[in-house]
Design a protein. Structure first.
Length: 233
């Protein structure tokens, strides 16, 4: 059972997220400020930490900086809606991922699982193959869910968990159309409302990242008014 440390000064988030994670089989420790979390981490490290950025006594940035002096354990930041600068700074300092508030708890769970799978793969831990984690090879595309790794024509492409999940569900069945509602079900849960433009934005960023390694990338096709599909080249 993986141990997750949840650090946030919002007690509602601590309560609701810890209940969700425990229901998913995780052991959860909660802290309402960075200093309390650091004191506990100095005694024993968890398997992963989920940190708010703005907290009393010690904020998430300071806590991450202290942690990176002695451990490479996965860290996910919780950021407010408009904290793009904090996101970039956090990733440069060594955060593995970030989730914007208000967030889908389902998406947070998926990101936690993805990072733990990557950690296991890097440590050489043998993980049973399932339909969800087996390597996908579609023409020039290779996706390894265990390592959260994507390659296009042999070149690495760095995707967020949401972008990875959307590309994965499209690539699993080339030629089949996925509606925006179906894609929203992959990335979000019923507690979070998103409109069609949110999925469109994710797909736009996904294409942009793929085109950084191949300007001619066109495998994701838009069917206006219907949805998207992956065309194997």
């Amino acid at each position: 059972m993986s141990k997750i440390a949840l650090v946030d000064d919002d007690r509602n988030i601590l309560t609701s997220v810890s209940m969700t994670l425990e229901a998913e089989g995780f052991e959860v420790e909660t802290y309402n400020d960075g200093q309390s979390a650091l004191d506990a981490f100095n005694r024993k490290l968890p398997d992963m930490a989920v940190l708010d950025i703005k907290m009393p006594r010690m904020d998430g940035m300071d806590l991450l900086q202290r942690l990176r002096q002695k451990t490479s354990m996965p860290v996910i930041f919780l950021t407010s809606k408009d904290d793009e600068i904090d996101e970039v700074l956090g990733l440069r300092m060594g955060a593995d991922d970030y989730v914007k508030k208000p967030f889908s708890q389902r998406l947070l769970v998926e990101r936690i699982r993805a990072l733990l799978r990557r950690q296991d793969a890097e440590a050489g831990v043998v993980v049973a193959e399932t339909d969800e984690n087996k390597v996908i090879e579609r023409g020039d595309l290779t996706m390894d869910p265990l390592r959260h790794a994507v390659k296009w024509r042999g070149k690495d492409v760095t995707l967020t968990v949401t972008e990875f999940l959307l590309l994965q569900v499209l690539a699993q069945r080339p030629g089949f159309v996925k509606s925006r509602d179906q894609l929203m079900d992959v990335a979000y849960d019923d507690q979070v409302y998103v409109d069609d433009r949110t999925i469109d934005s994710h797909i736009k960023r996904l294409r942009k990242k793929m085109r950084l390694v191949d300007q001619e990338f066109s495998a994701i096709e838009t069917l206006y008014g219907i949805g998207y599909r992956y065309n194997e080249e």
